[in-house]
Write a protein that binds this ligand. Structure first.
Ligand SMILES: Nc1ncnc2c1ncn2[C@@H]1O[C@H](COP(=O)(O)OP(=O)(O)OP(=O)(O)O)[C@@H](O)[C@H]1O
Ligand SMILES: [Mg+2]
Length: 547
């Protein structure tokens, strides 16, 4: 691919921008008609209402205000980006023009985006030094917009840079983009794609950024953007009535760990300890919940606790799981781009689960089960591998029903292979200040008995905001105790000890996944030593919450 193609791809300078600008632009030596698109800007009109919070995203050019709208009584995410002045627009166009015409050589191995930004800086410097008059412009602002278009995510760049946002979704033309904010939950923004052309070319740009392709022939895409953000997109009116659409689940630089989950109250130290004990004994667990409830995050957090010498194989459609261990094989499926029925080159989750056994895993993890891969996963866990997965379901009964119906078709006799099942939900939680906020909680924990009947062994209490576990009644812990020829109370002591250890990690702010891994490693190497440290620090070992 030539540098011009790369530029067009990266910056999404589509063939129609020319029309928009109403002028013919010169042809390059390679014969391309170059078009210079102006940045798509957020709406400038601020909704009436109280500004609840205001913070910079890219000082001083991009600020965000959270406004409680008077007319709708909902929060609005208002982006305040200083627009380019007319003179700045002229220079912006000339810099882009320069980039397309006079761009230098891309060095071997150099990131094309960094390269373009560097070239833009060079262009701006040239422009400034050679200018015959003084310009009343901000060079810095011009560079901000060039970076935003070339290296960043164009009109949604502010959303991508804001660490408070979890999800970004655009449901079609003429509709505001919605975001999910950690503090204010779902709300509209002042970014609206005005026409299908703008939106479709932006969706194409996103697809290119993910190294993928989207078109009328291949109108759906599930891919991973630079930075690990998960992209789902549909093209034009092929599959979605309102035209192209996309949703981005943002990847956290710093993933939520098991210690964070304890800090947030999603799980308790005792529950973490129980799950830790369970994976150590190569048992299996299933995380259930609706879209965006936090299933994948919880799965990843629990995997922080896997014994360091265990081999983990993960199988996903888009790579979301991140583990500190080196003993980890990460398999990712690949769609087919062949036309028609052939599906040539496609590698499915099913193929990957089958192949995963060759790696001799101690724990097999499937990011989410949806189809025939579930059956192979169950076969694998039936032969003594530890396993974990998530499923989209709003209750345990719905999960079992989904597993045992097409296309998963798990025989009912396999259902007891799920040793433990957890339900995660977004629920209102009353804080110490009396205010109610939506938080994520594991609300119920079941084990599945021999007859495929779920037995509840733990639940979250909304009034106390605590998890109550009745682990002494756990069929699984009883069977582990039996196989180890120890009593159930010894097992419970071990779990209690680990719960103290988890609590200790939390109080000492050992929350980064690499630090947790090294602490777990120490726990396995010299448990007595580390536990005497824990006891000395905490002054006591965990209170007993299950008998
Ligand atoms: N316990 C939690 N506390 C706070 N934020 C969380 C928690 N769990 C997940 N999140 C955030 O919520 C968002 C959605 O989480 P996640 O991807 O795990 O959901 P999911 O249930 O797997 O969604 P999907 O159904 O789309 O796969 C992420 O941005 C994540 O950072
Ligand atoms: Mg998920």
């Amino acid at each position: 691919m030539g540098i011009l193609d790369k530029l067009k791809d990266l910056a999404g300078f589509g063939a129609r921008a020319e029309k928009q600008l109403g002028q013919r632009l010169p042809k390059t030596p390679e014969g391309y008609t170059i078009n210079i698109r102006l940045p798509i800007m957020p709406y400038r009109e601020r909704p009436k209402g109280e500004i609840i919070e205001r913070y910079p995203i890219y000082d001083p050019w991009a600020m965000v205000s959270i406004i409680l709208s008077e007319s709708t009584n909902e929060y609005v995410y208002f982006i305040d980006e200083t627009p380019l002045s007319e003179e700045e627009i002229k220079i912006y166009r000339r810099v882009i023009d320069f980039l397309l015409w006079e761009v230098g050589e891309l060095k071997e191995g150099e990131d094309p985006k960094d390269f373009i930004v560097r070239e833009a800086k060079r262009a701006i410097d040239l422009f400034r030094t050679r200018a015959k008059r003084t310009y009343n412009v901000s060079w810095d602002k011009i560079l901000y917009y060039i970076e935003r278009e070339v290296k960043g995510f164009g009109p949604i760049n502010v959303l991508m840079l804001d660490p408070n946002l979890e999800d970004i979704s655009c449901n079609g033309v003429g509709l505001p983009i919605y975001v999910y904010h950690r503090k204010y939950e779902s709300m509209p923004t002042n970014i609206i794609f005005q026409n299908e052309e703008d939106l479709s070319s932006f969706v194409i740009k996103l697809a290119h950024m993910a190294g993928k392709h989207i078109s009328v022939a291949f109108p759906v895409l599930d891919a991973s953007l630079p930075g690990g953000h998960r992209l789902v997109a549909t093209f034009a009116k092929e599959v979605s009535q309102k035209g192209s659409a996309f949703a981005i689940r943002k990847f956290r630089e710093d993933p939520l760990t098991v210690v964070d989950m304890i800090g947030l109250g999603t799980i308790s130290p005792e529950l973490a300890a129980y799950l830790w004990f369970l994976i150590e004994h190569k048992k299996t667990f299933l995380i259930m919940g609706v879209t965006g409830s936090g299933k994948t995050t919880l799965l990843n957090a629990i995997l922080n606790l896997v014994r360091p010498n265990y081999k983990i194989v993960t199988i996903e459609d888009t790579p979301e799981i991140r583990l500190p261990t080196k003993n980890w094989v990460q398999l990712v499926s690949r769609p087919s781009y062949a036309a028609g029925e052939s599906k040539a080159g496609e590698i499915t989750l099913y193929d990957l689960v089958k192949i995963s056994l060759r790696y001799r895993p101690d724990v097999i993890v499937v990011g989410e089960v949806r189809g025939s891969e579930a059956y192979v996963l169950f076969q694998a866990i039936a032969t003594g591998h530890g396993g974990a997965t998530t499923i989209h379901a709003e209750s345990i009964d719905a999960a079992i029903k989904r597993l045992t119906s097409p296309p998963m078709n798990i025989p009912e006799s396999y259902i007891p292979l799920i040793n433990s099942a957890l339900m995660i939900e977004r629920v209102p939680v009353r804080g110490k200040d009396g205010a109610t906020r939506i938080s994520r909680r594991v609300t119920r924990i079941w084990e599945i008995d021999k007859n495929a009947t779920p037995i509840i062994i733990g639940k979250w209490s909304p009034s106390k905001d605590t998890h109550l576990l009745t682990l002494d009644k756990s069929p699984m812990l009883n069977s582990i105790a039996e196989s180890l020829e120890i009593s159930i109370s010894e097992v419970l002591d071990e779990i209690r000890m680990r719960a103290s250890f988890m609590r200790w990690l939390y109080y000492n702010n050992i929350r980064n996944y690499i630090d947790i891994a090294s602490a777990i490693y120490k726990y396995y190497r010299s448990p007595k030593e580390i536990m005497s440290l824990v006891e000395a620090d905490l002054g006591h070992v965990s209170e007993n919450t299950w008998n």
